[in-house]
Design a protein around this ligand. Structure first.
Ligand code: AP5
Ligand code: MG
Ligand code: ZN
Length: 218
């Protein structure tokens, strides 16, 4: 089966976009593209891009649209994206969404689903302090909800897990503010396009996923 679904994950920082996007990518055999993961991989490898992105990320601010859009368009032009993809953390501003739409329109394509994972702010701060991330493969854990099998190590690749620099409480609060100002308007944007679907992100992650597969189909 050729699956050409193009999916966008929307939701506050820590809503579970990455967790769900990985499961979607596995089930539907499409690439998972996270701009945050791309930036973190660049920071880890000490690239120029990484250095620039880090100055914004550490403060919980958005990396400028111009830089982010360039990276994303390069990525979706790769051959593996011909079978569709799930975008996690992009777009994050109306201008980013507009550029993506223009690119897709040129190719006679469109976004099929924008899935909004809803989690209230109160839950977010609690979640983030427990999160541990693998910068090698992008896997995400939670000390309480989704612990790794071996303490401190990634189940998939054995790399030592880290607390992300931007998961400190103050930075999380700033990220939430940025989310409400700049990213939340995308909910209306995609609703107007008739592709928005919302799921409750506060329940068990497998139940969240069930809600998503009900939308996307088997
Ligand atoms: P990014 O990496 O995208 O971070 P984010 O949007 O802030 O989202 P997170 O990755 O923090 O959360 P998530 O929704 O993926 O949740 P997760 O699945 O990990 O971006 C980081 C930074 O990069 C930005 O601040 C910005 O500076 C820059 N950037 C990235 N993209 C950009 C763009 N397009 N434009 C400009 N700048 C950009 O889950 C969170 C935790 O909860 C985990 O511990 C997880 O295990 C746990 N969890 C998940 N689901 C559940 C559940 N159902 N129940 C209980 N716990 C759960
Ligand atoms: Mg993420
Ligand atoms: Zn890993």
């Amino acid at each position: 089966m050729v699956n050409r679904m193009k999916i966008i994950m929307l939701g506050a920082p820590g809503a579970g976009k990455g967790t769900q996007a990985k499961m979607i990518a596995d089930k539907y055999q499409i690439p998972h593209i996270s701009t945050g993961d791309i930036f973190r991989a660049n920071i880890k490898n000490g690239t120029e891009l990484g250095k620039e992105a880090k100055t914004y990320m550490d403060k919980g601010e958005l990396v400028p649209d111009e830089l982010t859009v360039r990276i994303l368009l390069d990525r979706v032009a790769q051959p593996d994206c011909e079978k569709g993809y799930v975008l996690d953390g992009f777009p994050r501003t109306i201008p980013q969404a507009e550029v993506l739409d223009q690119e897709l329109t040129k190719r006679n394509e469109k976004i099929d689903y924008a899935i909004n994972v809803e989690v209230p702010d109160e839950n977010i701060v609690r979640r983030m302090s427990g999160r541990r991330a693998c910068v090698s493969c992008g896997a995400t854990y939670h000390l309480v909800h989704i612990p790794p099998k071996k303490e401190g190590l990634c189940d998939k690749c054995g790399t030592e897990l880290i607390l992300r620099d931007d998961d400190k409480e103050e930075t999380v609060k700033n990220r939430l503010g940025v989310y409400h100002d700049q990213t939340q308007p995308l909910i209306e944007y995609y609703s107007n396009k008739g592709v928005l679907q919302s799921v409750d992100g506060t329940i068990d992650m497998m139940d969240v996923f069930k809600g998503i597969t009900d939308i996307l189909g088997e």
